[in-house]
Design a protein around this ligand. Structure first.
Ligand SMILES: [Zn+2]
Length: 244
């Protein structure tokens, strides 16, 4: 199962990806995390990437493709991968299809989680993070137990520059411009595609995701039933753990 997870920041990719991992028994490849991890490795590739990250430049497509194909060939990625934050460009999207095709594999599903700009702006601007451990809290849906302090290390929480409403509006605009051609590309290639509105509660959105997966025969009735009502708490918990 190779799944491409699309959606703007704040639509809920980080919230649902741990449960999708549990459902399909495949890891999430979050490109941002992978690049940061790779940059820490003392390898030729690692040092190159570290350089790009340090100078704030975009990591070029050929390096990204190299990393992604290494992951697909690794033990961890052999049964499938959830791609999060990748592909970002048409070139990457084309290369990903090529890499999979060379291995007789396909993209089984594109899952696009969206919401309206107002909901996303409200969600993201209510996000606070722990500067010590990086855990994220949402003051509307998943606040810390103690007032404005991290549950795990008691550090006072801060708001990231990225999560201020003006910056969020700009990030959404950039996302829309970047993602439109990628969506069109997948639709043109007739790859199974689901679009889910994540406005509203986590429970509702998770139900919509499951319903869609069931409708296009990606999961069977038994899986549908067993994941329908039991997962919401886990999504809350796992989503928070995941957003480090
Ligand atoms: Zn913390």
């Amino acid at each position: 199962m190779y799944l491409v997870l699309l959606g703007p920041p704040g639509a809920g990719k980080g919230t649902y990806s741990p449960t999708l991992t549990a459902l399909f028994k495949i890891p999430v490849l979050s490109l941002g995390d992978i690049l940061r991890n790779e940059a820490k490795c003392d390898t030729k590739l690692g040092r190159k990437i570290e350089n790009y990250i340090k100078t704030g430049e975009l990591v070029p497509d050929n390096l990204i493709i190299e990393i992604v194909s290494n992951i697909i060939d690794s033990e961890e990625g052999e049964g499938g991968v959830i791609f999060d934050g990748f592909p970002r460009t048409i070139n990457q999207a084309e290369k990903l299809l090529e890499i999979l095709k060379q291995r007789d594999l396909v993209i089984d599903l594109v899952l696009d989680i969206f919401s309206n700009d107002k909901t996303i702006t409200d969600r993201l601007s209510s996000r606070w993070v722990c500067p010590y451990c990086g855990r994220a809290y949402n003051m509307m849906t998943a606040p810390p137990k103690k007032n404005m302090r991290c549950d795990f290390d008691d550090t006072p929480l801060i708001q990231r520059e990225d999560d201020n409403p003006n910056v969020i509006r700009r990030r959404l605009k950039v996302y829309k411009e970047q993602s439109k051609p990628i969506l069109d590309f997948y639709i043109a290639k007739s790859i199974p595609y689901i679009r889910v509105d994540s406005t509203g509660t986590i429970k509702k959105c998770w139900e919509k995701i499951l319903n869609s997966l069931f409708e296009i025969n990606i999961i069977d009735k038994k899986t549908y039933d067993s994941y329908k009502n039991t997962e919401t708490d886990r999504i809350h918990k796992a989503g928070r753990e995941n957003r480090r």
